[in-house]
Design a protein around this ligand. Sequence first.
Ligand code: ATR
Length: 284
Amino acid sequence: MPRLAVLGHPVAHSLSPAMQTAALKEMGLAGEWSYEAIDVQPDEFKRVVHGLPAGGFEGANVTIPHKHAALEIADDASDRARAIGAANTLSFGGGRIAAENTDAPGLIAALPDPPAGHRALVLGAGGAARAAAWALADAGAAVWVWNRTHSKTERLAEELGVRPVEPEATHRPIQLNRFELVVNATSVGLEPSNREGADLKALHLDADSFTDQHLVVDLAYGSSETELVRAAREGGAQVIDGREILVHQGAQSLHIWTKREPPLETMREAIQAAGSRRMATDES
Ligand code: ATR
């Protein structure tokens, strides 16, 4: 029976096992395939991954903090994973390890329309921002990047051929009327904000600058709505939260392993149910 897993540290809170198990069941593969979470310490990653094929594993999703290590360990990495510098999907076959990045196409698939020709602002300069900036530029958007630490903005912009947002001398908020698409790929919003307005301030955004001309994607998601999502909604913007990207990246990984079309709606419902269960447990 082929096994699949998500490797991370910590990984107990991952919604992937619930989502992927529900998908496998709906696809009629639950008796054949299984999906579990494995907590792997960074210094154990190589050893654990090399041992997976012998344990019956066909593949694995990889999450924080192993996405760079997943690329490094691969015998065959896709051009996309190489360009982004990170992989979230490993496949084992023929004694080799193949690496792919489905975060990038997952983001594009989660958008209501193709972003070609639109102006996009990516907030952040870590691994998630790299995948988002690469994906949007590859899909034909004009991409700008802003990050708290400007030197990292410049490095990312140069490496990926996108544009840096220059820090405003006056430290005014970023002018959002220049963009149609805004993607938060920082970790701001992962933890509930302790002071009203603090998250938007950290992102150099003004709550009043969102309009119905904006599509806002927040890769950060927790048990409650982020401040960014709330402000965007209140301004009339269309909003996509990180769970939708999780669904699409997971579906694309599942397609790589099973060669079948995963059921997106079932995956959404499973995330919703697992998220609610989690909230109930966290609160008790
Ligand atoms: P990931 O791989 O998930 O992208 P990461 O590499 O740790 O994670 O990146 C975290 C991102 O969130 C960075 O862009 C970081 O900005 P810095 O480069 O300046 O550190 C951003 N970030 C984290 N906390 C932040 C805060 N309080 N305000 C603004 N940006 C923040």
